[in-house]
Design a binder for this molecule. Sequence first.
Ligand SMILES: Cc1cc2nc3c(=O)[nH]c(=O)nc-3n(C[C@H](O)[C@H](O)[C@H](O)COP(=O)(O)OP(=O)(O)OC[C@H]3O[C@@H](n4cnc5c(N)ncnc54)[C@H](O)[C@@H]3O)c2cc1C
Length: 314
Amino acid sequence: MNKEAEKVKVLIVGSGPAGYTAAIYASRAGLSPILYTGGQPGGQLTITNDVENYPGYPDGVMGPQMMEDFRKQAERFGTDVRYGMVTSVDFSQRPHKVIVDDKDEIIADTVIISTGASAKWLGLESETRLNGKGVSACAVCDGFFFRKQTVAIVGAGDTACEEASYLANICDKVYMLIRKDEMRASQIMQKRVTSNPKIEILWNTETEEILGEEEVTGVRIKNNKSGEVRDLDVNGFFVAIGHQPNTQIFQDFIDMNEAGYIITQPGSTKTNIEGVFACGDAQDHVYRQAVTAAGTGCMSALDAERFLAEQELS
Ligand SMILES: Cc1cc2nc3c(=O)[nH]c(=O)nc-3n(C[C@H](O)[C@H](O)[C@H](O)COP(=O)(O)OP(=O)(O)OC[C@H]3O[C@@H](n4cnc5c(N)ncnc54)[C@H](O)[C@@H]3O)c2cc1C
């Protein structure tokens, strides 16, 4: 190690809505938190354009601007925001040991994990190019932009079915593109989409390319049985093939479900390790919204503050 270990009461890992909200509460409580931003300062919202469903912005706000506002608010109360990646942790004893960028050691009385989750993508060049310009991984977030229009959604699990049904309430038509001739989704969810007249399911269908220069104008699909290639006119393209929580570095210590989402005690953000709390998408595979991430970020700061008071460390 290059430097002597630094000591902190509250260490926040991640700079999305959950991490910054935890930082606002912890710094206003006089706990002088350090927050590490990770590789995506501001989190997932920095790759989207308009956010219209976060309370307090009546005219909507651009995702990057909103996260800039979060950062400024956290810094205003004294949060030490640092660019760096937590690369390993040792939660085997208290206080907890956290290594940043493989070199700097931090000794933390409490750790708040707010490392979020990353959407899985198909991996097409056109998908990356048109991300935020008609391509989205979140129907609840972006479906409204395509009201009364035609969209396509890729995925065959419960979430894909739920998102397709959500889109069908807003859009005129929803194509559901499914690679195989069956779905992974539960029977009840399958029934919900197959019985919806606005949803057309295209089986054995692969996405070849998303079409459009400045915005999505269509999608080129291929039937992997017949080889037939054709273009569908769509304005929006949704990817619902799953999310990967960014929790791998904690897996030796923290209880997680089989998908890697951190398990928290009901009604709190406590993990199985005393003094380690988790908030936001890293522990939430159900809601995955900025406002719910912020809500649990607030909870984790309050949980950390109470823990420190109980331990007489604050
Ligand atoms: C394209 C898109 C559009 C969306 N639109 C909306 C919308 O309109 N409204 C809405 O409510 N929600 C929207 N969402 C969902 C919303 O972005 C997430 O629910 C929210 O960002 C989750 O917040 P979070 O703080 O838990 O995690 P994230 O925003 O995912 O942030 C995670 C943070 O952790 C950091 N990190 C990860 N690993 C490490 C590490 N090892 N060390 C340090 N830091 C680390 C990352 O750098 C990042 O800063 C959208 C999502 C996407 C992808």
